[in-house]
Design a protein around this ligand. Structure first.
Ligand code: 2PG
Ligand code: MG
Length: 431
């Protein structure tokens, strides 16, 4: 056991060129733990706040106040604490901020600190982070099943299409390494098809292709064509995963697909997604309706919950109580775990455990604003049994996380890959 000697925050820059918080935690024996806060663009209204300074400088996005939270109150409170007691450390952080959404300290300050402490404890125990997480939380580690973006949309691509993430999953793969190879083939096949058809504008925030489609459905047709061009059978080894991110184009049960100039209510949106699921091999859907559309989420889950994975992201904001509530509502059957939505490691793990208790899936996820930090690759492996969403197959802030999983694969063994287990009970499992 080693005690925390000092904590220092510095300003670094994320994958969108915005300032963000990096925290160094140094233990009395000299061990260093370091982590960087990510940042979302399509944010849930109930997630922890990124504390930004406002004003004209850096488009209001500077984080001097968040740095001051870490270097001031957080550092004072944590100095002398046992870094291996993550729950105590996170409780001490929470005790400094009585606000609902960590407005006082900033979720960017708390998440970078909390993760840096986790790293320090792992290094002090001479364990890779994934192993420390597995031992600390008494989990069986396994390499996650990735979901990988092929086209970006919504808030990540200038709203060029309404739907945010068009992704593939490869539940039929035998190893993490094989998922990477198959996804690479699909990613470049999609780029080739789009270039040939004059539909390719570049690369979106998470590395997926920035599309110039005429409808949202054209993305689905193109994705199926890309899977086939890559030599795979859609719906067999490879399936489609969507993040609708519906809160970005609707509220109060009213939605507007700008690309198609169509307005619809919640029922019509659910019907449209139902038609897509009939026509395309869609295995997972995130935020199919808005974060405020409880009736819509319950209805969607009633209709499709025994068919596909239904993930709450903005709907659940990595909050264990919301997972419990949704579980008793029979809304969703899986949760996205974003550590910065919760604001600490302990709250994120608590949400993961709540999902497991509900018999739900859990997908550890990056944000659209990312960095070289690879904590989530370790978290999802250490907690085990899950899935990992990192963005696409280009840009180093994405690839660094996939590549870290390949290094973990060498330590843990290729056999530890979860494969299609997260999709037990879906149409894919029955097919
Ligand atoms: C999401 C994430 C990642 P953001 O909605 O799931 O794709 O986006 O980080 O912008 O919230
Ligand atoms: Mg989402």
């Amino acid at each position: 056991m080693s005690l925390i000697k000092s904590i220092n925050a510095r300003r670094v820059w994320d994958s969108r060129g915005n300032p963000t918080v990096e925290v160094d935690v140094i233990l009395e024996n000299g061990v260093l733990g370091r982590a960087i806060a990510p940042a979302g663009a399509s944010r849930g209204t109930r997630e922890a706040i990124d504390l930004r300074d406002g004003g004209p400088k850096l488009r209001g996005k500077d984080i001097q106040n968040a740095l001051a939270s870490v270097n001031g109150p957080i550092a004072s409170a944590l100095r002398g604490m046992d870094a291996s007691d993550q729950a105590e450390v996170d409780a001490a952080i929470l005790a400094l901020d009585a606000s609902a959404l960590k407005e006082t300290l900033g979720g960017n300050a708390t998440v970078a600190t909390s993760l840096a402490v986790l790293h320090a404890a792992a290094t002090d125990a001479r364990k890779p982070l994934w192993r420390h997480v597995a031992d600390h939380y008494n989990c069986t580690p396994s390499l996650p099943l990735p979901e990988i973006q092929i086209f970006g949309g919504g808030a990540h691509a200038g709203r060029r299409v309404d739907i945010q993430d068009f992704m593939v999953v490869v539940p039929g793969a035998f190893s993490f390494d094989e998922v990477m190879e198959i996804t690479s083939e699909i990613y470049f096949a999609a780029g080739d098809i789009m270039a040939q058809r004059g539909k390719l504008a570049g690369v979106a925030d998470e590395g997926g292709w920035w599309p110039m489609f005429d409808s949202n459905e054209e993305a689905l047709e193109t994705l199926v064509a890309a899977i086939e061009k890559a030599g795979e059978t859609p719906g067999k080894n490879v399936a489609i995963s969507l993040d609708i991110a519906a809160s970005e184009f609707g509220s109060n049960g009213k939605y507007r697909l700008a690309l198609e100039d169509r307005e619809m209510d919640s029922g019509a949106l659910i019907d449209m997604l139902g038609r897509w699921m009939d026509a395309y091999p869609i295995l997972s859907i995130e935020d199919p309706v808005g974060e405020d559309d409880r009736d819509g989420m319950i209805e969607f889950t009633r209709r499709f919950g025994d068919h596909v994975q239904i993930i709450g992201d903005d709907y659940l904001v990595t909050n264990a109580n919301l997972v419990k509530e949704a579980s008793s509502d029979a809304a969703c059957n899986a949760v996205l775990i974003k550590v910065n939505q919760a604001g600490t490691v302990s709250e994120s793990v608590e949400t993961f455990m709540a999902a497991q208790a509900a018999g739900w899936g859990a997908i550890v996820s990056a944000r659209s604003g990312e960095s070289e930090d690879t904590s989530i690759s370790h978290l999802s492996t250490g907690l085990g049994g899950g899935q990992l969403k990192v963005g696409s197959f280009q840009r180093s802030e994405r690839m660094v996380k996939w590549n870290e999983c390949l290094r973990i694969q060498d330590e843990l063994g290729a056999h530890s890959f979860v494969g299609g287990a997260p999709f037990k009970g879906t149409w894919w499992d029955r097919a």
